[in-house]
Design a binder for this molecule. Sequence first.
Ligand code: F6P
Length: 319
Amino acid sequence: MKNIAILCSGGDVSGMNPALKHFVEYSIQKELNPFFIYDGYEGLIDNKIKKVSYCDVSGIITRGGTKIGSSRSKRFMQKKHRQTAKDNLDALDINMLIVLGGDGSFRGLDIFYREHGVRFCGVPSTIDNDIFATEYCLGVDTALNIIKTSIDALRDTASSFKRAFVVETMGRDCGYLALVSHLTSGSELCLIPELDYDLSLHEEEFKKQIKNGRRYFIAIVSEGIKQDSQEIANWFERKIGIEARVSVLGHIQRGGNPSIYDRLMAYKFITHAIDRLLEKKTNSIVCYTKKGFVYKSIDEVVSGKKALDKNLLGYLKNQ
Ligand code: F6P
């Protein structure tokens, strides 16, 4: 039997646990020995590697986060620690590796692969949905649903009080979560890093709307924009004349019960990853594109900056 391992790297997402469950089950079905590497590349360096079976994944499909932990490892950027990581894999005769993570994690993996040739497959996993070459990253749907529930709740209090709420979403320098949340929650304003904006252009219209009876505003702003969310709230108070509050959703967006879509995508991503490794192929990232699932090399995946869907951006520009 061959040995295969999995680790999670970077920000956790809801969907990692369903992916771990299917990893164990599908590996066993394919007559492989599954291993967990705990705490990401940190655990790989520290030899936190354990052979696992069905009982290690029972009941985890409903839980967000990752049962095996994750990390953003600085040590893995150093050659000597990558050598230790390789020695740890060799000692357990593990020659296939699956990494759930974002493109930062894949860059580390690329260096590891070039130095040591460990056969790997990556599964894009980040709520930011900012990985070039894949339309979808594991965890995005659950994050969007959490944002939806939060904004729906904020709307209740915004409307009761005549207030503006500035809701800050995550995404680093990618506005995908904010943009989709805006289009699906009926908010009045959306600010994302990809588009320059001028708040003064909204002043006349927003004031007119208040005169005509509007009681509240919801503005969705992505964390990577040029201004602090509090400055946007101050603008509502000073220029529009409405009391304003900021609500930073923060890490709440990363957790929670994985959605059906993320459970299904976890299943499909992992199936493709294991199949690829069994074909003896390496240096692949499983990408979900308009053509369905395809494999791309790390070079391809990290070679560009993900642009927001032009159609979605078009809806925003037309508002
Ligand atoms: O990459 C996922 C993400 O949640 C980003 O949206 C956010 O900017 C960052 O991670 C937060 O990182 P940390 O969990 O280290 O605070």
